[in-house]
Design a protein around this ligand. Structure first.
Ligand SMILES: Cc1cc2nc3c(=O)[nH]c(=O)nc-3n(C[C@H](O)[C@H](O)[C@H](O)COP(=O)(O)OP(=O)(O)OC[C@H]3O[C@@H](n4cnc5c(N)ncnc54)[C@H](O)[C@@H]3O)c2cc1C
Length: 485
């Protein structure tokens, strides 16, 4: 009898829980601790954000799914990790605070044999004054945020119809943001919606980003093979923005947002401002603020977690110049160095360094995308760690870890550029590996046989099919096991 506690029911945590349940007999307990009552297919929040889907289309209640699968569901947020127990009892435990209406605020200790931290990001709106739903800009990071964005966008469209010009600013905020792909999708979906209503000539649409060049996406851009030619994502993205008449501002760090005006610094150190009628700006991500303690109650948070709050795993974290960064620095087992029964997956693990080249303005402001940990790698990490834990439970703690480094893993990404059954488009991209490896692939850092990009209606259909497939899988409906991460 063992107990594995998984913190977080997002893409990586839910995958870890369901895959672990699949591999273990019912005598072994799988527990999921998560503050949210509903699962959210976050990629489709983009379509909620333009009013094409509702919150209900992209979320579903977790409790019935976990009940069906025999997973213990604790609606709570984890606050502390005690991997050595305490002076009275050496059994490791996590402290959680309940969030359900019935048990709100109640604190509980959950002991574990294995622990998976899959808590994803803290949406750090506080890093930029006036940013976010409590400030003066919108977000699409949660289904509720996306619904608010859609309502505001409706207001903008009504004004366009009434003949009032509108300026829309969409992109990233803080210089260290990640998830540029989501900002890309949202700006193109908004543009598509406005164009399809015949109002495009009335709207100024501006993309603002911390990327050094368009098409960087936080993965240092990519060379892709299209129609026999090798082209860079910069060329590809620039032509796309130019074709749709979307102006771009790059190398930008948003300093503050005031009602109708965004203030930002660019990499040359110059401060600018831009007036807007609608702004959707992604927040920077940080760890969710878990703290850890040793057996004597000493705070070990700075050992287990990086300063940004993400958990240290089996990566090479020694600071070094960009030129010395190596694909081998990236973690593969996601096991913490100090405790071989504690893992961190998805956005919750601390990357060893950025993937894109780092830049600083003359004022010392870092303006470089943080590395994305998108859905596919997050799901793969969840599965790999579930396999490691299952092997160790079945065959003993010395069973070797399963591995999946982002420098050895490929990823497929389909970025929606406008949703419509007949007039929609999406950019389908695959890359191998995600983290470029110039030792194995000296010219481009990636294997061009598996790195390609294509834009068209077909990719939109695939994106739409994936929406249904991944929700089907997450609901553990018949055959879910065969849908890959
Ligand atoms: C708008 C948007 C669009 C995107 N589109 C795409 C896309 O098209 N393709 C793609 O591959 N990726 C996309 N992504 C990225 C993708 O959503 C993430 O890579 C993925 O969700 C990361 O998975 P995760 O499990 O690490 O985190 P999450 O999915 O965010 O899950 C984290 C979980 O932890 C829970 N949690 C938080 N704090 C605690 C705590 N203290 N204790 C316990 N649980 C906690 C949360 O409630 C949540 O359940 C998009 C992201 C955004 C924001």
């Amino acid at each position: 009898m063992s107990r594995t506690v998984i913190l977080g029911a997002g893409i990586s945590g839910h995958t870890a829980a369901t895959r672990l349940r699949q591999r273990l007999g019912r005598e072994h307990e799988v527990v999921v601790v998560t503050p949210n009552a509903k699962w959210n297919w976050i990629p489709s929040n983009i379509w909620v954000g333009v009013g094409l889907m509702t919150s209900d289309d992209v979320t579903f209640p977790l409790a019935p799914v976990y009940q069906k699968l025999g997973i213990t569901y604790v609606q709570a947020k984890a606050t502390e990790i005690h991997p050595e127990g305490d002076s009275a009892n050496p059994a490791p435990y996590v402290a959680v605070e309940h969030t359900s209406t019935e048990r709100r605020g109640e604190v509980e200790r959950l002991t574990y044999d294995y622990l998976v931290n899959a808590t994803g990001p803290k949406l750090n709106f506080g890093a930029v004054q006036g940013l976010g739903p409590d400030g003066h800009s919108f977000s699409v990071c949660t289904a509720a945020h996306a619904e608010d964005s859609a309502k505001a966008l409706e207001g903008v469209i009504a004004k366009l119809r009434a003949g009032e010009r509108q300026t829309l600013v969409i992109g990233t905020s803080h210089g260290t943001c990640t998830c540029e792909g989501a900002a890309f999708e949202y700006v193109f979906n908004v543009e598509h919606e406005i164009r399809s209503r015949g109002l495009r000539h009335m709207a100024d649409i501006i993309y603002i980003s911390n990327e050094h060049e368009l098409g960087d996406f936080g993965v240092a851009g990519l060379h892709v093979k299209v129609g026999g030619f090798v082209t860079h994502s910069k060329t590809w993205a620039e032509s796309l923005y130019a074709e749709r008449g979307i102006r771009w501002i790059l190398q930008a760090h948003v300093e503050r947002v005031e009602p109708g005006e965004v203030f930002y610094e660019t990499l040359d150190g110059v401060h600018h401002s831009l007036r807007f009628d609608f702004a959707m700006l992604l927040p920077p991500f940080g760890g969710v603020g878990l703290r850890s303690f040793d057996r004597s109650g000493n705070d070990t948070t700075s050992e287990l977690f990086a300063p940004n709050g993400f958990m240290r795993v089996d990566a090479e974290y020694t600071p070094k110049p960009f030129e010395q960064w190596d694909a081998g620095d990236w973690p593969s087992s996601y096991q913490t160095p100090r405790y071989d029964n504690v893992f961190a997956v998805g956005i919750a693990f601390a990357p060893p360094h950025q993937i894109s080249r780092p830049f600083k303005s003359p004022n010392g402001t870092v303006i470089t995308p943080s590395p994305p940990r998108t859905g596919m790698p997050s799901g793969i990490m969840g599965r790999v760690v579930a396999n490691t834990i299952a092997d160790r439970i079945k065959h003993g703690g010395a069973a070797p870890a399963h591995t999946a480094s982002m420098a050895r893993m490929g990823a497929a990404c389909i970025a929606s550029a406008g949703a419509s059954l007949l007039r929609g488009t999406a950019a389908a991209m695959t890359m191998y590996p995600i983290v470029p490896d110039y030792k194995r692939f000296p010219v481009y850092g990636r294997d061009l046989r598996y790195t390609f990009g294509e834009i068209g209606l077909g990719a939109h259909w695939i994106k739409r099919i994936l929406h249904h497939a991944f929700i089907w899988k997450a609901k553990a409906k018949p055959g879910w096991q065969f849908i890959p991460e």
